[in-house]
Design a protein around this ligand. Structure first.
Ligand SMILES: [Zn+2]
Length: 340
């Protein structure tokens, strides 16, 4: 990468649309939380924790992720988690972030829904005040848990809907299609929330899952979804619906090594709209937005025009009022004009 394109990516005004707050848990914060909450850790240093981060597929990744989640207990823990992520990405010229959180991973351990969302919401406000970064929350349902549990979670969220912009679907996909959650997604849509869902890479029945997301659940975006490229009819449907795919280079490089160029170029050549995102940076070599964009640029030789288009896709498809969108797009236009 030439110095100038690295500087271009650093300064590019960015939005992130696919990051799991629980996946931003850095090893250093793990150490702090373990000490604070008197929770024994098997590793005695942040380096040792990071050295243990080996995974090769979705399930082995989720095992690591769920182990880390156990450390989050108090409102202050959730505050620190969210504040540290927003502080980090604000330093990378991320102007706006839509962040996933998984309340069921906490409520099933006896932690009240209110503890989770109050800590996160307080951190969002503090980060906006301190760093100027705006953010919103997408509540994900944990797909290996029951549809009833998702419904109960939505009911628990009702007093907090002003702090939640949309709903999503994540975690273990095998045997857990989008259709399983049709009822709770219908409730969310009726309450005025936006809808997105994960269709992770190379999952069993992935094409049917993508079809359900597109046709049956009216998903507005698809998180990952690269297997769309296997089926021309799904590509056509996604283009017709102007779907944005939130692509995450870090996990893709692990699950499908060596295919990054083919995948990214495939999406662009098919005329599909993509964004580049970090997913779970705490577990993925601390690759936040800038690192992920650099990686994608190098892998697929993305041009400046393509990087600008990717950033524009993120602002265009963000779930924000038009006046706010205009401000971000103006910032992007000013940046582009300076480069010309
Ligand atoms: Zn994800």
């Amino acid at each position: 990468m030439t110095g100038s394109i690295a500087a271009f990516i650093d300064a590019l005004p960015k939005a992130e649309l696919h990051v799991h707050l629980e996946g931003t848990l850095e090893a250093s914060l793990k150490m702090e939380l373990a000490h604070r909450n008197d929770h024994p850790l098997k590793d005695s240093s942040a380096e040792a924790i990071r050295a243990g981060y080996t995974y090769h597929d979705l399930l082995s990744f989720l095992n690591l992720y769920y182990e880390g989640v156990e450390l989050l207990r108090t409102e202050q823990d959730f505050y620190d988690l969210c504040y540290q992520y927003l502080r980090k990405v604000a330093s990378q010229n991320v102007l706006y972030a839509e962040m996933f959180f998984d309340p069921q991973l906490h409520t099933r351990r006896g932690i009240p829904f209110a503890t989770v969302i109050t800590g996160i919401t307080r951190a969002r406000k503090a980060a906006e005040r301190d760093f100027g970064i705006r953010s919103q929350l997408i509540m994900c349902f944990v797909r290996e848990m029951s549809a009833e549990s998702a419904d109960e979670t939505f009911t628990q969220a009702l007093p907090y809907l002003d702090d939640i912009i949309g709903v999503g679907l994540d975690s273990y996909e095998t045997g857990n299609p989008p259709a399983k959650f049709a009822h709770v997604f219908a409730r969310a849509r009726a309450a005025g929330l936006h809808v997105t869902m994960h269709c992770d890479l190379d999952q069993e029945n992935t094409h049917e899952h993508i079809r359900q997301a597109l046709d049956d659940l009216a998903s507005e975006r698809i998180d990952h979804g690269l297997n769309v490229l296997d089926r021309p009819e799904l590509v056509a449907r996604a283009r017709e619906r102007d779907i944005v795919f939130t692509i995450c280079p870090s996990p893709n490089d692990v699950i499908r090594p060596g295919c990054g160029r083919r995948d990214l170029r495939g999406m662009l050549d098919a005329g599909l709209r993509i964004t580049i995102n970090s997913d779970d940076p705490g577990y993925m070599n601390s690759a936040y937005m800038t690192e992920c964009l650099r990686s994608a640029q190098q892998t697929a030789d993305l041009t400046r025009a393509e990087l600008l288009a990717i950033s524009r896709n993120a602002f265009d498809s963000a779930w924000i009022p038009d006046a706010e969108r205009r401000q971000y797009l103006d910032a992007l236009d000013r940046f582009a004009a300076l480069q010309a």
